[in-house]
Design a protein around this ligand. Structure first.
Ligand SMILES: NC(=O)C1=CN([C@@H]2O[C@H](COP(=O)(O)OP(=O)(O)OC[C@H]3O[C@@H](n4cnc5c(N)ncnc54)[C@H](O)[C@@H]3O)[C@@H](O)[C@H]2O)C=CC1
Ligand SMILES: NCC(=O)COP(=O)(O)O
Length: 345
């Protein structure tokens, strides 16, 4: 049994170790939604977790009980009475809504520590609160996002780490992620589509227990290119990639016109959609499920989830952040960790 599980003799089933929750940018809504999730832990059946970051960022927005822990092993016994926090750095004065260099460094450090804890089994996985990408880039973070950073720390190539956004009625995967829209056509290759599709299928089996996932693939151009009249990527890149995967036995179809792929009847016909660029995937997901959308990284040896939204600097410190997506991310992390134990992979 991996060290991220302990046995509960009463229930005679493996219990998960607590999840590590890096607080993200201290000036964003991360600390608030983590604290609010802790308040809702019993009502929502959330798994045990501990914050990783600067306790001062929690104190700046929350008057509830926080207890500093020296090691993850202390988290389980503290969790019922207080939000456990593993202090990793001093973010300096925390002003909600006003990001700072020290805050970005703390977010970076907390992420690094949390990944290490999950890799060694001291945490059952990581559930990351939002970071400010612009702020992270300013302190030497060289990856496009946390997805690629965590993948690298786990020894996984970026092509094989898949960002999936998941809500109750829709799961989407952007094939290209954080790149300028103008670069999408040149980055899109059959190899990249293949790598994303293979990891997506394995990830749906492993984390969601779907035995034979049905994959729909969106086209890049309007009307999926209209037979080449509105663009040739469907004919030259996307179509051949799909045919090759079908020949290997994958339940995959497309390229399909993206504008007709997300209505309720269409959503019943697949388990996930491969989309060609970031907004093609994230706009439908966030429109349908903003307050319950989860970003889960597939293809990693550890469980990593995150709420779908960002730092929301504009409302930080106003007590108006909705913790729904953070709670959904915690629940999905626990479900994925359990599914991995059940399916033995
Ligand atoms: N997983 C992550 O770490 C992510 C980080 N980001 C980062 O967040 C920063 C801000 O990005 P934006 O595009 O402004 O997106 P955002 O998600 O932070 O905000 C978009 C809108 O939704 C609102 N909002 C977001 N979360 C909310 C919540 N829980 N409750 C109530 N209202 C909420 C905001 O106030 C704003 O009006 C950027 O630096 C970006 O890089 C963005 C997306 C994901
Ligand atoms: N738009 C999704 C997003 O920014 C999350 O990226 P990541 O930091 O989880 O890679």
């Amino acid at each position: 049994m991996p060290s991220s599980t302990i046995t509960d003799p009463a229930a005679d089933r493996p219990q998960l170790a607590p999840f590590a929750v890096p607080l993200g940018d201290p000036a964003g809504i991360g600390p608030e939604i983590v604290a609010k999730s802790w308040v809702m832990r019993e009502a929502r059946g959330l798994p045990a977790f501990f914050a990783v970051g600067d306790m001062a960022s929690l104190r700046a927005v929350w008057l509830g009980p926080v207890e500093q822990i020296a090691a993850p092993e202390e988290a389980a016994s503290v969790f019922n009475r207080a939000l456990p926090c593993l202090q990793v750095a001093d973010a300096g004065p925390v002003v909600p809504g006003t990001p700072s260099i020290d805050g970005a460094r703390t977010a970076f450090q907390a992420l690094e520590v949390a990944v290490g804890l999950a890799r060694t089994g001291s945490a059952a996985g990581i559930v990351t609160a939002p970071v400010g990408k612009e702020q992270l880039y300013g302190v030497g973070f060289t990856h496009p996002g946390q997805t690629e950073f965590v993948a690298e720390r786990c020894g996984v190539a970026p092509h094989n780490a898949v960002m999936m956004l998941a809500g109750p009625s829709l799961k989407v995967v952007p094939v290209t992620i954080h790149i300028p829209l103008a670069d999408v056509p040149s980055v899109l290759t059959a190899d990249l589509i293949r790598a994303r599709a293979v990891t997506t299928v394995k990830g749906l089996q492993r984390n969601f227990g779907i035995p034979r996932p049905r994959i729909a693939v969106a086209g890049l151009n309007p009307h999926a290119g209209e037979g080449g009249a509105l663009g040739r990527e469907e004919i030259e890149i996307i179509g051949p990639a799909i045919e090759a995967l079908q020949a290997e036995g994958m339940n995959i179809r497309g390229p399909l016109a993206a504008d007709g792929l997300f209505h309720s009847r269409a959503r019943e016909t697949y388990d996930a959609v491969l989309c060609m660029y970031h907004d093609q995937a994230l706009i439908p997901l966030k429109t349908l499920h903003f307050d319950e959308g989860v970003n889960i990284t597939l293809g990693l040896p550890i469980v990593r989830t995150s709420p779908d939204h960002g730092t929301a600097f504009g409302i930080a410190g106003t007590d108006s952040a909705n913790p729904g997506a953070m709670m959904a991310a915690l629940k999905m992390a626990a479900e994925a960790a359990r599914a991995r134990l059940t399916h033995g992979c």
